[in-house]
Design a protein around this ligand. Sequence first.
Ligand code: ADP
Ligand code: MG
Length: 705
Amino acid sequence: MSRRSLDDSVQFVKGVGPKRALLLNRLGLNTVEDCLFMFPYRYEDRRRVQKVSQLSPDEHTTFFGEIINCRSFPISSRRTIFEMLVGDDSGAIPLKWFKFNKSYFEEKFQPGLTVMVSGKPASSRYSPSGLEMIHPDVYVNPDLESEELRMGSIIPVYRLTEGLHQKWLWRIMESVVELYSGLLEEFLPLEILKRHSLLARPQAIRDVHFPPADTDFQQLTEFRTSGHHRLIFEELFLIQCMITLKRKNAFKPTQGIPLTTRGKTIREFSKLLPFKLTGAQKRVLGDIMNDLERNEPMNRLLHGDVGSGKTLVALTSLLTAIDNGFQGALMAPTEILSEQHFLNLLPYCQKLGIPIDMLTSALPAVQKKKVLHRIHKGLSKLVVGTHALFQKDVEFRNLGLVVIDEQHRFGVLQRDALRKKGLHPHVLVMTATPIPRSLALTLYGDMDVSVINQLPPGRQNIHTQLFKEDQRDRVYDLLEVQLHAGRQAYIVCPMVEESKLIDLKNVQDTHEVLQKQRFPERTVALIHGKLKKEERQGIMSRFKAGDIDILVATTVIEVGIDVPNASVMVIEHSERFGLSQLHQLRGRVGRGKYRSFCFLIAYPPLTEEGKARLKAMTDSNDGFRIAEQDLAIRGPGDFMGTRQSGMPDLKIADIVRDISIIEVARKEAQYLLDKDATLALEENRALKITLHRLFKDRIELMNIL
Ligand code: ADP
Ligand code: MG
């Protein structure tokens, strides 16, 4: 037989064959190495068998009992459930299935049969024991001696695909782990292995797939065993090496545009401001000005809470580029936000004599042609727009700085788009709300980061309260009190899909009911994305002027709107919004000297996630805390909202759970690459090869190592 290799196809592992290999391929498993790095996502403890009376909620368990009774019955016109009562001499517990094959279940389960049950009990108000189990695994007439049950061991549980069974997968994984884990070579430098007492790779792989019988089960469930630690560390360390390399080298070959800062335009601009900069704004501008003066392009991320004054920082930076004779561009994710930015910046630009233009894809062809010409000739100094700014047909004369206002879309794509156009301006990326530290260290790890951690003086804490849908009248009463005191209010309705007419009808209905029935004496206006730009701007200026009391809106008002007299934000169907969106909406009030309110209206039943989001809102006004909560609730994939977020796929690490390991890995990566920037030393050879294998494309793109 030929020698074994980690690249061997799974098809040739004993017991697999072509058919099952296809199933494994569907899970992304093509080689045996892929199998070694497909980890259990949880474990079951079958070392001890419990009595029914010993079960406790949310703790995975295995027990034996007898089926006392079982039946399927409808709970609504569309749903049927299967319920089974299982007991031993200590007590009984109901088991429930919402998804099941009726004839199979009725045939397989009969009163009087002995079963082994494995699963997680949950608290239940309706069960006499206070517990129930949803969708447990049940084995009829279990043979304790049989291999299949693995009594006495801790068993791994893998994610499966249709047609694959755990029991079969165990056998495959056992033989792969036994035959191949020894082939895994070490690539971490000895010094790091020692410093963090890391297990050898083969040992770690074996322990994580098939934990030894004396493993602490709690540690195992939390992915904190030595085996887990080793593998999590190595995964995060490789990513941090990559990020550090990128940050150290990506911009090196590129000539930047060193700018002179604090020039004439900036001095004039600061005289126009009606307020003093906050300490945080000054500090952040200091960071940015230092970057701009340097001979390499700035690559900086700016984040801070809603209303912390990021726009001002952006504008000051853009004016610096313009003061040096260059063009500046401000890119926003939507038409409406571009418009808002444009209107906010316009008065300053007019006073300073700076030609400003807006470029979006909605622009009529004739006008667009004009703007493109002005950009190309350098007549346009400041350009505000959507991603249309970086399309093929746009040619800048001398672009010095781009500010990307990303709002919720934590993407890093635009920078790459710029680079592809052969442009190397200074780049400042801003996010709408704070980003959690774990993301700053991974997703944005190759950028310099500045934080505005202070709000302008006089901002109000916003009293936030949750109401059920049937308490809406109470909300309107509270609203009336504020209107009576001279304040204004927003009522926001969700857009599920922007194109859907139903959504439009919802806001229209809400508007009509409010105007005609509930607040006939008040002026209630409606604003949404389907209105023409002029109409929208007309309504906004009437609201700003105080001629409108209540503005019913879709999320078009989410960003960029600033009316200090508005003190009430009502959010309809608040359970449908994402957390950072809710926080962003709430940030529309509390901008003046008035006590402000955010009333969240929710439609039960709420999902667990929905409850957690709304609780986070009523618990805190602090965007930094909310961002951490949001990440914890949704997980990184959904949090960033896009597959192309630039975040590498993680096989075992979890950036929320493993934040402290990220920090250690980062320090180690930086330390190592400071000493050996191109990994030329013999002791770092294996690491270099591993990085090449894993990040081939990126490393070639950057021409490093
Ligand atoms: P965000 O960081 O959410 O983009 P903005 O830039 O829109 O916040 O600023 C919110 C509001 O705060 C704006 O009306 C802006 O004019 C105002 N503002 C910004 N900086 C200050 C400051 N130093 N003092 C007082 N108000 C400020
Ligand atoms: Mg903003």
